[in-house]
Design a protein around this ligand. Sequence first.
Ligand code: MG
Length: 201
Amino acid sequence: MRHVAARTPGFLPEGEAEALFGAALAAPEGPLLEVGSYCGRSAIWLGAAARARGSVLFTIDHHRGSEEHQPGEPYHDPSLLDPRGRFDSLPRLRATLEDSGLEENVVVVVGRSSLVAAQWATPLALAFVDGGHSREAAFADYVGWAPHVMAGGRLAIHDVFPDPADGGRPPYEVYLRALADGFEEIAAEGSLRVLRRPSPG
Ligand code: MG
């Protein structure tokens, strides 16, 4: 699993991956959900946690890439173009899940996160938000998914940079909004923040 993660393209350092894995293991019983599958680097860890818990991970992505993944942009990977020349990270995700033996524990959802969120009804033990990093996309994911985190469940946010010199603002602003909404911070590793929705009473 660890060796598959190491050769999977993505933006999750191993220390953050381990923190995410630990957060998923410590979450209440229930399904896990990730926004922003890309090639599956974090789905491996969350999927392994789901398997250990006898649960499932839903991982959502439109697989057409964010702005920075498009041809000519800084994070473009030409190996992720489909035969028609369009960006498509889905085949690589499926290979990652096959290679890590997680196909029975990870459900791939292909589509725009906000469309899926609007139809979603299942309480989540953990939601990991790592989709589009524009202000619009980041807040749409928060508004769409945070309400589905069950009492005692975890909201994990990636690319939280308190210092603007380290990275873009929207994930940090989402993190502040979540704290203002009553989520409690329980772990921080690199740019990963893990929050908990308090249980009532
Ligand atoms: Mg990220």
